[in-house]
Design a protein around this ligand. Structure first.
Ligand code: GDP
Ligand code: MG
Length: 219
């Protein structure tokens, strides 16, 4: 639920990277941060929790001004993946406008992926998000490693799922921007419904995505 500040005519959009411990959430955020031009991003910040960290940064810290005058900003977060940090995960997930679920492609991690995805669905409910309507992109990371599920296996397992699926190697930056761009596209659709971004504010999907990413990025 994006935060709309009427006085400042400002919309702040919250995007969250969720997933099991060590799947590459932090690496995604760092690569994305590297990719963005300096004027588009705030500093990478961390909130320390016992033996893990929540990372976040502001995207468009000065905001993007829509033709209507509406100011649009983004905040990007990662959650700590360890099972014991559930209260932090809930707090970070609260009021999220969109989520990237980062799964670890290694065969050994299948159970952890499944548990974490279940935890996402449960916590979405607990913080009052309607999981079925939450803009979500699923990313299978660490494609560079041996002993990973094949793309066909992943596609087969997720065949019934409605969410876009990406394959990435965040360590070397592959798939990171593509995943994020698709999330922005999904988030635009729900925000357009709620805040009439197109009709009332003159912001179409392409303008929204380009404002956040700052430039055309590799396909
Ligand atoms: N081989 C490989 N390692 C990765 C990849 N992405 C992340 N890692 C490594 O996996 C470990 C955990 O990554 P991190 O981003 O901290 O995971 P997080 O717990 O989900 O935030 C680190 O050592 C990363 O360098 C990847 O695509 N390939
Ligand atoms: Mg992390």
């Amino acid at each position: 639920m994006a935060e709309y500040d009427e006085e400042l005519n400002r919309l702040t959009i919250k995007l969250v990277y969720y997933g099991p411990a060590q799947s590459g959430k932090t690496t995604n955020l760092m690569r994305l941060h590297d990719f963005l031009q300096p004027e588009l991003k705030g500093e990478m910040m961390t909130l320390e929790t016992h033996n893990d960290r929540t990372l976040f940064f502001d995207l468009l810290p000065l905001g993007f001004t829509a033709p209507s005058g509406l100011l649009v900003k983004f905040k990007l977060f990662t959650v700590p993946g360890q099972v014991q940090h559930d209260s932090t995960r809930k707090a970070v997930l609260s009021r999220a406008d969109g989520v990237v679920f980062v799964a670890d492609s290694q065969r050994s991690q299948s159970v952890n992926n499944g548990e974490s995805f279940g935890n996402l669905a449960a916590n979405a409910g607990r913080v009052g998000l309607e999981f079925e309507r939450l803009p979500l992109v699923v990313q299978f990371n660490k494609r560079d490693l041996p002993n990973i599920l094949s793309e066909d296996e992943v596609r087969e397992r997720w065949a019934q799922a409605p969410w876009p699926l990406f394959f990435s190697a965040a360590l070397v930056g592959s798939g990171v921007v593509e995943t994020f761009r698709t999330l922005l596209t999904a988030v635009y659709a729900t925000l357009d419904e709620r805040f009439r971004l197109g009709a009332a504010h003159g912001v179409d999907q392409a303008m929204f995505v380009t404002a956040a990413l700052g430039r055309e990025s590799p396909a």
